[in-house]
Write a protein that binds this ligand. Structure first.
Ligand code: FAD
Length: 363
């Protein structure tokens, strides 16, 4: 009997989770990656990410122990201008991306090599290749606009200032909301490495917004860094039904499949679980589609909540800040520190694997 070969384009989180699971089933797996080494896109990585996640359940689901690389944050504040709130209700973890020793990618790459997964670096998928790909090829190209265009996946451009490097603290994050951007600014620090990002969907982030954010950081957190790059990426947030596990006979996973939280843009959990689902799709497409639908069931609701937030609440951060101050910051912070039982009673507003984990992992 010949061993079936599966090609995966994109050696990031979801591509490598798919590779591990297929190699375990006896497939010969070849990962073709655009960059010249593992560690995700060099535009974005090395970096540090934050996400609400159930590390134990996600590890069980994908069959890979993630505990060595996820670090529970000691502090994560959400600022409305200069007013700091405790954020959020759920447990938030930090994780490093890229090719440094403590990163998620290094862990996944090690598992791939243990199982004989082959990597071909500097071999990007190009538009001309797409019609010739074997059915069942997996596409896991993350947040690079060219890949969305190749597969005709609707996306929004994401404009961002980013900065990264060594720093003297760890397991720490903040978010910053301000009218000058449509999304937020955030710094996260893991393994004494930081990643700082200021981003908007669909519109340029001006230098004036960056200056405002820099002033905020110095004023409230005593942190300052001079090196900032400007980048434009892609995110599949064009609508409530913008999800796909299959496209033109190909299997799509990770953020390209639409598995990214429409509200905050958390993409880690979605990338990890859809990598596993993509591996299942090779042998059992119907079962994989059912799993995919189960994981993404809450996205439509989350999308509409985001629409309301975007139209009626988010544009006026000053008003939110005034209301919080009227209620009293301490009282609001006490309110969001719920007990486990209170949390379990909450109607979870986000249908993502990150936020909605209590719902999505049940059978
Ligand atoms: C700047 C930034 C900050 C973020 N912060 C957070 C956060 O704090 N928390 C969170 O939960 N999520 C965050 N996200 C989202 C999260 O990073 C993504 O959702 C996640 O990386 C998606 O995983 P993936 O496996 O789909 O893609 P990735 O892990 O990005 O991997 C995609 C891989 O495909 C490769 N590739 C691209 N094009 C091609 C091609 N044509 N051919 C072959 N290979 C190709 C890339 O080089 C890369 O290695 C952030 C995203 C960005 C861009």
């Amino acid at each position: 009997m010949t061993t079936r070969e599966i090609t995966i384009y994109g050696g990031g989180m979801s591509g490598m989770v798919a590779a591990v699971n297929l190699a375990r089933e006896g497939y010969r797996v070849v990962v073709r990656e655009a960059e010249d080494s593992y560690g995700g896109s060099k535009i974005y990585n090395p970096s540090t990410h934050v996400t609400p996640i159930d590390v134990g359940k996600t590890s069980d689901y994908i069959g890979i122990d993630l505990w060595p690389v996820f670090h529970k944050l000691l502090r994560c504040s959400a600022y409305l201008h200069d007013t700091a709130l405790t954020f959020p209700v759920y447990e938030v973890y930090g994780v490093e991306r890229g090719d440094r020793p403590g990163s998620l990618d290094t862990l996944l790459y090690g598992r791939c090599l243990d199982l004989g997964v082959e990597f071909e670096f500097s071999t990007p998928l190009r538009a001309d290749d797409v019609p010739r790909l074997a059915p069942g090829t997996i596409i896991a190209c993350g947040l690079i606009p060219a890949a969305y265009k190749m597969l005709d996946v609707p996306f929004l451009p994401v404009h961002m200032w980013l900065s990264r490097g060594e720093i003297g603290f760890t397991d720490y994050a903040w978010l910053w909301f301000d009218e000058s951007i449509t999304e937020y600014g955030y710094l996260s620090a893991v393994n004494n490495y930081y990643f700082d990002l200021l981003f908007s969907f669909g519109k340029r982030v001006g230098e004036d917004a960056l200056e405002k954010y820099q002033d905020f950081m110095v004023r409230n957190e005593g942190v300052e860094h001079d090196e900032w790059d400007y980048q434009v990426g892609a995110v599949p947030l064009a609508g409530p039904d913008n999800h796909r596990l299959f496209r033109n006979g190909l299997i799509v996973c990770g953020t390209m499949s639409g598995a990214i939280d429409p509200f905050m843009g958390f993409g880690i959990s979605g990338a990890l679980v859809t990598g596993k689902v993509a591996a299942l799709a090779v042998s059992d497409p119907a079962a994989a589609q059912a799993e995919f639908d189960r994981f993404l069931a809450g996205f439509r609701r989350s999308f509409y909540i985001k629409e309301m937030w975007k139209r009626f609440i988010r544009p006026d951060v000053s008003r939110m800040e005034r209301h919080i101050r009227m209620l009293g910051v301490e009282r609001v912070n006490r309110l969001v520190k719920l007990t486990e039982r209170e949390k379990s009673l909450l109607p979870l507003p986000f249908g993502t694997p990150g936020f909605g984990h209590a719902n999505i992992y049940k059978g």
